[in-house]
Design a protein around this ligand. Structure first.
Ligand code: SAM
Ligand code: SF4
Length: 516
């Protein structure tokens, strides 16, 4: 149950509070605070999938007059949720820095603090509201601080209504389709005394050329935005809009540039990467074509996340089986092992078709590592149906899995279903599932004992500065002793002591530069 019993979505009607209205938006007053609403979230519109064309715009996101706006000022972004949000944060960092702002880790030093939020499960939302509560005292001490909320939560009517009513000290709320508008919104929030809200409910155009501030040797590259799958439990299609693919030439140019800059690994991002290209009207070009084209670029490793079993076609398997820089790790969320539950989740595949897909992948790529996402305690899930999940997990032999207790999301079809699985049963199922995943992970790692694997060295281990850590092509975490100069390069190590969630190893030889 929601910790807040009030349903704020029913309260997003502030017509009584309107002070003035013009073509830019409306000004309202709540509890003494003026709020400027340029556009507000609207669930009904977020559900719609229009046929209107998505334009690709190549614009300067930071207007000339705002290029030194942030001089002498510091910013901090706190990021919650998935890689998509992490990458959005990189874009916002790029925008801040083009405006002259400097990053700080210290809240007290910050002139702007943004919370880039996640709405996928309720506990993610609770964390953000908790954080906003903590930030209140800082805001009281330092009224000139600009405090903003962005990301998936700001696309929800209920969240924005709750912020208006209970967190009136927030200065800025903007949505996932408004990120490129950050410079102007920030200026408005800075100079005005009112809270500024701009949340577009209809996805906008694809904006290219946004600056990005990346760190390390691994880079994320968005290949598409949004999701049209509408799984019945999931809020993402509402918060991220309809599927829109970036043009292949833009993606390829970005990856080429990353290769030129010396990045060692890229991860292609999308809610549903293998639906890439389905929305193109002027060409027949799909995810497999993109992977084939990217495999020719001189960048050592290419990953992708997340792929949907429904759109995983034979051609993609055939391209991935060519390997080279396409790694042999596939994250393939199954969600449940019961065909009946999958049907009610709206996943549009069955237990059997998922297992058949896995069989085909393993036949083409025998050493492939498969990982997955699973939800336990979906409304109406019986003990037998849960056991079908356990047996599927065993049959596939996943190397690891992200496992979740079902969390009802207001506005989604599953939230209307009778949630008759008691919380203690859900928790107990999660524990049993996690025990099985740990057993399989340990077993898979054990098979690597004595083998030599290639590791991209990412940095020092968090727990021991003498130990380096990195990842294999299959995304397994490896720890071994070695000099700091190896950070950023590929090293071959022999597995000496496999653990459940990581592997201990010793170096056998060092190789810098690209590995084919
Ligand atoms: N697009 C990806 C896919 O289809 O697999 C996943 C995106 S979602 C951000 C990541 C994971 O969160 C999902 O795979 C699912 O397991 C989990 N998830 C989504 N909605 C959930 C909910 N209402 N309750 C619990 N887990 C949820
Ligand atoms: Fe959510 Fe399903 Fe889309 Fe993944 S495919 S983002 S789980 S609706």
């Amino acid at each position: 149950m929601a910790s807040e019993t009030k349903d704020y979505s029913r309260y997003f009607d502030f017509s009584d509070a309107v002070v003035s209205e013009d073509e830019r938006g409306k000004r309202i007053r709540i509890g003494g605070r003026e709020i400027f609403i340029m556009s507000e979230p609207n669930y009904r519109r977020e559900r719609q999938r229009g046929k209107e064309e998505v334009r690709v715009l190549y614009e300067e996101a930071v207007p000339e007059e705002l290029r030194s706006f942030g001089k002498g000022k510091k910013y901090l972004i706190q990021t919650y949720g998935c890689q998509m949000n992490e990458h959005d944060t990189e874009v916002m960092k790029g925008l801040f820095e083009q405006m002259g702002f400097e990053w700080t880790d210290e809240r007290r030093e910050a002139d702007v603090i943004l919370l880039n939020t996640c709405a996928v499960r309720e506990n993610a939302e609770d964390k953000v509201f908790g954080e906003l509560g903590h930030l209140k005292s800082l805001k009281l001490e330092k009224p000139e601080l600009v405090l903003g909320v962005c990301g998936c939560m700001s696309q929800e009517e209920s969240v924005v209504a709750r912020i208006l009513q209970k967190y009136a000290y927030v200065d800025l709320v903007f949505g996932t389709h408004n990120i490129h508008r950050l410079p102007v919104l920030l200026r408005d929030a800075y100079f005005g005394k009112e809270m500024v809200i701009e949340v577009w409910s209809k996805e906008g155009d694809i904006i290219e050329n946004l600056p990005k501030k990346r760190e390390g040797m691994r880079a994320w590259v968005n290949i598409m935005y949004g999701c049209d799958k509408f799984c019945t439990y999931c809020i993402v299609p509402y918060t991220r809009g309809k599927e829109r693919s970036r043009l292949p030439e833009d993606v390829i140019a970005e990856v080429r540039e990353l290769a030129r800059q010396g990045y060692r690994e890229i991860t292609l991002l999308g809610q549903n990467v293998n639906a890439y290209g389905k929305d193109f009207t002027d060409r027949d070009y799909r995810f497999a074509d993109l992977m084939a084209d990217l495999s020719k670029i001189d960048i050592p490793r290419i990953r992708f996340t997340t792929s949907h079993p429904r759109d995983f076609d034979d051609r993609l398997i055939e391209v991935l089986a060519r390997r080279g820089n396409l790694v042999e790790h596939i994250h393939l969320p199954v969600q449940s092992g019961s065909t009946e539950i999958l049907k009610r989740m709206g996943r549009k595949y069955t237990r059997e078709s998922y297992l058949e897909l896995v069989r085909k992948i393993k036949a083409a790529i025998p050493d492939v590592v498969l990982t997955t996402d699973i939800i336990v305690g979906f409304p109406g899930e019986t003990e037998e149906q849960f056991e079908e999940t356990l047996s599927l997990v065993r049959e596939v032999g996943f190397d690891s899995a992200f496992t979740f207790i079902y969390s009802p999301r207001a506005g989604t079809p599953a939230a209307e279903m009778e949630d008759n699985v008691p919380m203690d049963v859900k928790k107990e199922r999660l524990i049993r599932l996690n025990e099985l995943v740990a057993e399989l992970s340990k077993r898979a790692n054990e098979k690597l004992r004595g083998q030599v694997v290639e590791v991209l060295v990412e940095g020092r281990s968090k727990n021991n500065p003498n130990v380096l850590s990195g990842r294999t092509r299959t995304n397994k975490l490896v720890h071994f002793e070695g000099p700091a100069e190896w950070i950023g390069s590929f090293v071959h190590v022999r597995v000496t002591d496999p653990q459940t969630w990581y592997i201990k190893a010793e170096p056998v030889r060092q190789e810098t530069g690209a590995v084919s």
